[in-house]
Design a protein around this ligand. Sequence first.
Ligand code: SF4
Ligand code: SF4
Length: 106
Amino acid sequence: MVSEKPRSGKDARGGGGSDIDRFALTEVVPSPRDFIFVDAERCTGCGNCVAICPMDLWRMRGGRAELAEGYRENCMECGSCYIACEAGAVDFTYPPGGTGVSYRYA
Ligand code: SF4
Ligand code: SF4
């Protein structure tokens, strides 16, 4: 049976460079609200978040980082952007209960 869901992060967000198929790894219920926030005042433009995100969900604009549109549908919730941001500009929390990714264990 063919899934009706977008089959890759690349397709689902309409651009980007990741080839990870998020929907093959997980069960996904996109969060109804934002769960990652960027403080533009704190952002130094170092690019760590862009470099580390496995789903290619970060962009630089005007020397500051921003999340790609549709990140809630494609984020793996790995927290790497939060950890990699030495400036403390990234605030990460998990999506509300019942939403986000559920990893399968074989
Ligand atoms: S939590 Fe992971 S997948 Fe989500 S935006 Fe941050 S680095 Fe990317
Ligand atoms: S890692 Fe933090 S300081 Fe560096 S570009 Fe990303 S948000 Fe800005």
